[in-house]
Write a protein that binds this ligand. Structure first.
Ligand SMILES: NC(=O)c1ccc[n+]([C@@H]2O[C@H](COP(=O)([O-])OP(=O)(O)OC[C@H]3O[C@@H](n4cnc5c(N)ncnc54)[C@H](O)[C@@H]3O)[C@@H](O)[C@H]2O)c1
Ligand SMILES: [Zn+2]
Length: 376
């Protein structure tokens, strides 16, 4: 088992990482002994893994269970209301404990329910996807989507503990594993050359990484995010470096209505684009550019981008970043393990990088083949 501390003064907490660590749940939660506990999960996760945790949670205190629907759409006001209703029915009070047991969706909505119920009650995270283990379970961002934008409504509410049991990953589909792996690689590129090499030299299929490498990679990614969050808990500035690959990634997700790419796959494309823009600006040499791109590609195939229209992507970026005079701030790699913030990336630069990835202007709308996507 590896343990790391997210040091945020009175809001500090431990992340415990390892195969089977959830077997220590009763111990880890002993500070909460006797309190009412509500575990929030989804039907799929509960049916796959309840046997590992239910008995241990019951040993902490009177347990109630709240299941929320699968998928991004569960991050809604309706789900939030249903969770609050369930907390009330179960008699949760200000001293009760919420346990978020699932991927990033469950973590975000359950964490926000904990942040808002009775002005904020304690919660812990039991992440079950690789993405949640390396990203959403660290840093205390919670929230739901609004019809106008993703993650628009939310709160910073740090968990009291995170228990990351890699055994849960055994049932996670390869594509979801890969989605988390792109985020791990992102952490390596932006601040940890050792982690970068660990991922670049690992087998392309995450399933083949083995427990030791998986655990090391998760711990290193969490450590990197924790160090950034410790210096900038509420995203004043520094925390934005974690958005490496995300501006263009988000735009790719938006123009395909969040159906074609997993989040990590879109970030993978975003990393390649950022690498190309950095190279053209003279921030990266050719060899480093190729090493970075090869490491991204090594993680496996991503859904295509070549049929997308560059104009749609540029519009989505401008919309996302409220671009000034068309220019957007982007995080760009300058070496393996180092990034800089470029405040003024011009649309032509993004266009150039996308062109090199095969994304150009498509024929006029009448002749355009509609993009058909299926995901979620
Ligand atoms: N709060 C943050 O800082 C932060 C950071 C990154 C992402 N996020 C959010 O996280 C969400 C994405 O999270 P995600 O990628 O974990 O998606 P997810 O929670 O939707 O999980 C993906 C799928 O895997 C299934 N699943 C989960 N665990 C499983 C397991 N062990 N075995 C088999 N199937 C399993 C889920 O039921 C779901 O169908 C997004 O809403 C994103 O906005 C938040
Ligand atoms: Zn991300």
């Amino acid at each position: 088992m590896r343990t790391l501390v997210v040091g945020l003064g009175p809001r500090s907490y431990r992340i415990r990482i390892g195969e089977g660590v959830s077997s220590r749940l009763t111990d880890v939660l002993s500070p909460f002994a006797g309190r009412r506990v509500a575990v929030v999960s989804s039907p799929r996760i509960w049916s796959l893994h309840a046997s590992r945790v239910e008995r241990l949670l019951r040993a902490v205190g009177p347990l109630s269970r709240v299941l929320v629907p699968e998928g991004e759409r569960a991050k809604s006001l309706d789900t939030l209301g249903a969770i609050h209703d369930a907390f009330l029915r179960a008699g949760l009070d200000r001293r009760s404990l919420v346990v978020a047991f699932g991927g990033g969706v469950v973590g975000d909505v359950a964490g926000f329910a904990a942040a808002t119920y009775m002005r904020g009650i304690d919660w812990v995270q039991l992440p079950t996807t690789l993405l949640a283990m390396v990203d959403s379970s660290v840093g205390g961002k919670t929230g739901i989507n609004h019809p106008a934008a993703k993650n628009l409504v939310g709160a910073f509410h740090q968990p009291r503990a995170v228990v990351t049991d890699t055994a849960f990953l055994r049932t996670l589909p390869e594509r979801e594993l890969r989605s988390g792996a792109y985020e791990i690689l992102k952490c390596g590129i932006l601040g940890d050359p050792v982690l970068f090499r660990l991922v670049a030299r690992a087998p392309g299929r995450v399933e083949a990484w083995g427990p030791e490498r998986t655990e090391r990679a998760i711990a290193a990614a969490c450590r990197l995010k924790a160090r950034v969050v410790e210096r900038d808990e509420r995203e004043g500035g520094l925390r934005r470096v974690l958005n490496l690959g995300h501006t263009i990634g988000h735009a790719l997700e938006a123009v395909t209505s969040y159906r074609r790419f997993t989040h990590g796959e879109a970030v993978g494309w975003g990393l390649i684009a950022a690498t190309r823009i950095a190279f053209r600006r003279g921030l990266l040499d050719e060899q480093t550019r190729d090493t970075l791109s090869a490491a991204v590609d090594h993680l496996g195939p991503r859904p295509r981008v070549a049929d997308l229209d560059v104009r749609d992507i540029l519009l989505a970026i401008a919309h996302d970043k409220k671009a000034k005079d068309g220019q957007v701030p982007l995080i760009l790699p300058t070496a393996i393990g180092q990034v800089t913030t470029a405040a003024d990336v011009a649309p032509a630069e993004v266009r150039g990088a996308l062109a090199a990835m095969g994304v150009a202007e498509r024929p006029s709308p009448r002749n355009r083949t509609p993009v058909r996507d299926r995901r979620r």
